[in-house]
Design a protein around this ligand. Structure first.
Ligand SMILES: Cc1ncc(COP(=O)(O)O)c(C=O)c1O
Length: 455
């Protein structure tokens, strides 16, 4: 039985339905890049779960009530209380979103020629490491690249690869080891507590700071509760506390498990690093007690952090992802298995085996899904993570997935049923779908700005 929504709907937003001809024109005009569409031209928007959460009445209420001040608003102190209570961190720097946290932190830690190991970097994390002259290195377990293989903690860092990498490069060239929970890039896949603990031990052994990219910490904690031996009877809050207890710091986008539409932070234990990040934050983001946001946004985060850690909410949330995945699986659609915490990932290489990675199968699938049905997903594959050689040839990413990210508390199961039926209809006529040629590609963060035309 599906876990029903642990809330009821108080306010709704009208959806717009265009015709297929209208959608085709809109997407062609935008170079087949769904990021460039106007959201009103999208029927069901599964582009991202980031910043798209439907907030609760308690969050909206807190937003109205908060003091609006340049310095020292009560909402900052409410966030401080929540951060200490939930993460066990007393020092943090507020920023307007996760990538600002990455920018500030890496400005302090990463220098030209450094390496940053991670289970798998998200695109902005990768972009920020590169921007400081560092090299991002993905050391996730090999199973993460085998989309069909069912593994409980497919987001885990490969411990042997990590040890080998440190021996090879030397710890002085590695200013930080990161672990992304959950691993968004390869399917929203969780990391086990055992793996977090082992990465921490290695980091400690080599005196390298260990940080979490904690965007989806609550979803990760839920998987630990459900799948890891010894945690079944542990509460989500206790699991979260333990996860964070191993880290010297974390970067966080509150647009995910902060249940907010904007916001982020860097959590730190080191006094000096905290001071340096705070001071840089003032130049880039604003005074520490608002961090680039209106104080009402902080009020929403303070409440949201507690809401995302309620087990009945997580049960419903992960249940929605499983519901959509279940309908697709039944029809034979190739998925990243098992489905992760925030999205269903469709393996476009297996969905469209006749389209080579150089012709962006996941981008082609994303375009067709929008044109035919008004559903917006996103490519996470060769456009987002691939590279280009000196002759302009595309070097494919290790996978080509289309992500259907489910915004928190936004869509009903009926919406998701429509999405499943749309994808299944495309699967039935998959041989008619052709690849794309990239006509424009920026130097970094390709999928936001690239443009394409049909081959
Ligand atoms: C794992 C991960 N890290 C970092 C970020 C960046 O966060 P933001 O979009 O708030 O800048 C994201 C955003 O999707 C993410 O999924």
């Amino acid at each position: 039985m599906n876990t029903p929504e642990p809330f009821k709907i108080k306010m709704v937003e009208r959806l717009n339905v265009l015709t297929k001809v209208e959608r085709k024109k809109k997407l062609t005009d935008k170079g087949y890049n769904v990021f460039k569409l106007r959201s009103r031209d999208v029927f069901i928007d599964l582009l991202t779960d980031s910043g798209t959460t439907a907030m609760s009445d308690e969050q909206w209420g807190a937003m109205f009530e908060t003091e609006q001040a340049y310095a020292g608003s009560n909402s900052y102190y409410k966030v401080k209380e929540a951060v200490s209570d939930i993460f066990g961190f007393d020092k943090f720097v507020m920023v307007h979103q996760g990538r600002a946290a990455e920018n500030i932190l890496f400005s302090q830690l990463v220098s030209e020629g450094d390496f940053v190991p991670n289970n798998m970097h998200f695109d902005t994390t990768k972009g920020n490491v590169l921007h400081k002259g560092g090299t991002p290195v993905d050391l996730v377990i090999d199973d993460a690249y085998n989309t069909g293989k069912e593994v409980d903690f497919k987001g885990n860092m490969d411990i042997d690869k990590l040890r080998k990498f440190i021996d090879e490069k030397g710890s002085e060239k590695i200013p930080v080891i990161m672990l992304t929970v959950t691993n968004n890039t390869a399917g929203g896949q969780p990391v086990s507590m055992e793996n977090i603990r082992k990465v921490k031990e290695i980091a400690k052994e080599h005196k390298i700071p260990f940080f979490l990219d904690a965007c989806r910490f609550a979803e990760n904690a839920y998987f630990i509760k459900k799948r890891e031996r010894g945690y079944m009877d542990t509460s989500i809050s206790e699991i979260v506390k333990e996860m964070f207890s191993y880290a010297e710091g974390f970067t966080f986008s509150a647009k995910k498990d902060g249940m907010s539409n904007i916001g982020g932070m860097i959590g730190l234990r080191d006094e000096k690093l905290h001071q340096r990040c705070t001071e840089l934050g003032i130049i880039i983001e604003g005074y520490p007690t608002y961090g680039g946001m209106a104080c009402r946004e902080l009020a929403a985060i303070a409440k949201g952090l507690y809401e995302s850690t309620r087990v009945e909410y997580l049960e419903y949330r992960i249940g929605q992802v499983e519901y959509l995945a279940g309908l697709l699986r039944e029809a034979g659609v190739p998925l990243v298995e098992p489905p992760g915490g925030h999205a269903v990932f469709i393996d476009a290489r297996r969905f469209l085996p006749h389209i080579p990675p150089e012709q962006f199968p996941a981008q082609a699938l994303t375009a067709e899904l929008y044109i035919d049905f008004g559903v917006r997903g996103v490519e996470l594959g060769t456009c987002a993570f691939g590279e280009t050689d000196e002759n302009g040839n595309v070097i494919p990413a290790p996978f080509d997935n289309m992500r259907l990210a489910i915004p928190r508390r936004v869509y009903t199961l009926n919406h998701l049923k429509y999405v499943a039926e749309s994808v299944i209809a495309l699967y039935e006529r998959r041989d008619d779908i052709s690849g794309l040629e990239r006509t424009y590609s920026p130097e970094i963060l390709g999928h936001f700005m690239s443009e394409f035309k049909p081959v």
